[in-house]
Design a protein around this ligand. Structure first.
Ligand SMILES: C[S@@+](CC[C@H](N)C(=O)[O-])C[C@H]1O[C@@H](n2cnc3c(N)ncnc32)[C@H](O)[C@@H]1O
Length: 474
């Protein structure tokens, strides 16, 4: 048993965080900092101190959480919420409606909802909707309350909304007070959701990009705690790639317009067909102009300063060391991508691709980096090359289709259909295949990729069928 096992146990028991794999590196750093600040070296003394000192424990936890977030993340779900679901609930006579962002990090998620509601309903929005948000991490909550953000937080927000709701502030941007004061932030632990200070029931709970840090048992426990907090007909939304992992039999999975959410089982009636879907106002964000966030887990803890150190000349090394160095650098490039250090990741991957132009791992990573740099044609070339080298590379098929679906490339429905169909075919044949990736893990779990590809395939199939019908093609 590792010397840190009692600390892992304490964190898991209190907060649900599963500190294995990459997360273990965060624990090592947090423990080193704790030892330095307390002068205690033995794990048992550290556990004892953390258990008795609340402030120390909160500071320790802040170093273990992954707070990556940004405005208008996974916009399809937010658009559905603001422009279809909530208007339907209002039309049914329910107001005000309560929205809660569980695991809100530095506030970008609830503020995105606030901005979109304000766009849709104007000032009246504040009387129609209550917005609250909670997080375990006290440090990010302080940041959320300030409402001051730097460049990466805006990477998926339309410039028009940024201009409308933010003003320059000491080299960064501050959110308008109207929206900032609307969202009520509070400390909140998902594991104690039932006995937290949360009042009342929620019509919407956003539980997005949080459950990936929990094991299945913890996720089930959280669903059991969140379930009583959901109002009748309330919806709980998870992140795009988390949907399958949250289908645990506590709440029922429902689909509407390609968006997946959970509801109490007896309430999973589909919305009436005669209520129209309201499209976004001209200035509002749309999924077409926002880069997809799916499948790229990000981690705040990787440092970019090591990027240059890693760029050693591989050709000077003996073959086995060369291979080992190459793999190490690939991992590092993956970490740089996760840290959003796109320029560094790109530079490193270009060097790696010069060494091994046919490395599937490097090609897929380079494609993902190019997507985030808004260079869809470069991304396309990388994914295409990966597929040429390894036709079984389902991640490359998947992300290539996403370039079309998300409007990053001019849509070619037949190409989109072929690519999603390849993902489905490959993953039916081999459900846990790594898609030819030898070094890095697939950026999206195979089960989730298949689930999404099947849904998106059926959407494009229907669209192509109706086009053919209207053109008289038999
Ligand atoms: C990756 S962020 C997701 C932020 C936002 N929901 C989004 O989708 O962009 C995950 C957040 O969950 C919080 N978190 C982790 N464990 C938690 C727990 N047990 N209770 C409440 N929040 C938790 C972390 O502190 C972190 O800020």
């Amino acid at each position: 048993m590792s010397a840190l096992a009692p600390l892992k146990h304490l964190v898991h028991q209190r907060c649900g965080l599963h500190l294995e794999g990459l997360a273990e590196a965060r624990l090592f750093r947090a423990v080193a900092a704790l030892q330095a600040s307390t002068g205690l070296t033995h794990t048992s003394s550290l556990v004892e101190r953390l258990t008795s000192d609340r402030t120390l424990f909160d500071g320790f936890i802040s170093q273990l959480t992954v707070n990556e977030t940004y405005f208008c993340r996974e916009p399809d779900a937010l658009n559905w919420l603001v422009n279809t679901h909530l208007p339907q609930r209002l039309a049914a006579g329910k107001a005000p409606l309560s929205i809660f962002s569980a695991g809100c990090s530095s506030g970008e998620e609830p503020y995105s909802v606030a901005m979109m509601l304000y766009e849709r309903f104007g000032e009246h929005a504040k009387t129609l909707f209550n917005i609250s948000a909670g997080d375990l991490d006290h440090q990010v909550l302080a940041k959320a309350r300030q409402g001051i953000y730097g460049g990466m937080a805006f990477r998926a927000l339309s410039p028009a909304l940024k201009e409308r709701y933010f003003s320059p502030h000491e080299g960064r941007f501050k959110l308008q007070d109207t929206l900032r004061q609307w969202v009520n932030f509070r400390p909140f632990n998902l594991l104690n959701a039932h006995d937290s200070s949360l009042q009342g029931s929620f019509d919407v709970i956003l539980f997005r990009n949080v459950s990936i840090y929990f094991d299945e048992q913890t996720r089930r426990r959280i669903h059991q705690q969140l379930s009583p907090l959901l109002a009748p007909k309330g919806v709980l939304l998870c992140g795009v790639t988390e949907t399958l992992g949250n289908d645990l039999g506590v709440l029922e999975l429902v689909e509407a317009q390609g968006v997946f959410y959970f509801q109490h089982p007896e309430q999973t009636t589909q919305p009436p067909a005669d209520l129209p879907t309201v499209s976004l106002p001209p200035n509002a964000n749309s999924s077409e102009n926002i880069a997809s966030a799916e499948g790229i887990a990000r981690d705040k803890d990787y440092s970019t300063d090591a990027a240059s150190e890693m760029r050693v000349s591989l050709s000077a090394l003996p073959p086995e060391e060369e291979a080992e160095q190459f793999n190490l650098q690939l991992h590092h490039a993956h970490q740089l991508l996760n840290k959003n250090a796109f320029a560094d990741a790109d530079e490193l991957l270009q060097a790696l691709l010069q060494q091994q132009p046919w490395s599937i791992d490097a090609l897929v990573l380079a494609g993902l980096v190019a997507r985030w740099q808004h260079r869809p044609h470069v991304a396309y070339e990388h994914f295409k090359t990966a597929i040429y080298v390894a036709p079984e590379c389902w991640p490359a098929h998947f992300y290539l289709a996403e370039l079309y679906r998300q409007g990053e490339l001019t849509d070619e429905p037949i190409q989109r259909q072929r690519s999603y169909a390849s993902v489905v075919r490959l993953l039916i044949a081999s459900p846990t295949a790594n898609g030819g990736l030898d070094i890095i893990a697939p950026p999206i779990p195979p089960g989730d990729a298949r689930f999404l590809a099947e849904r998106y395939l059926s959407v494009v199939n229907s669209a192509l069928e109706s086009t053919n019908t209207s053109q008289g093609v038999r």
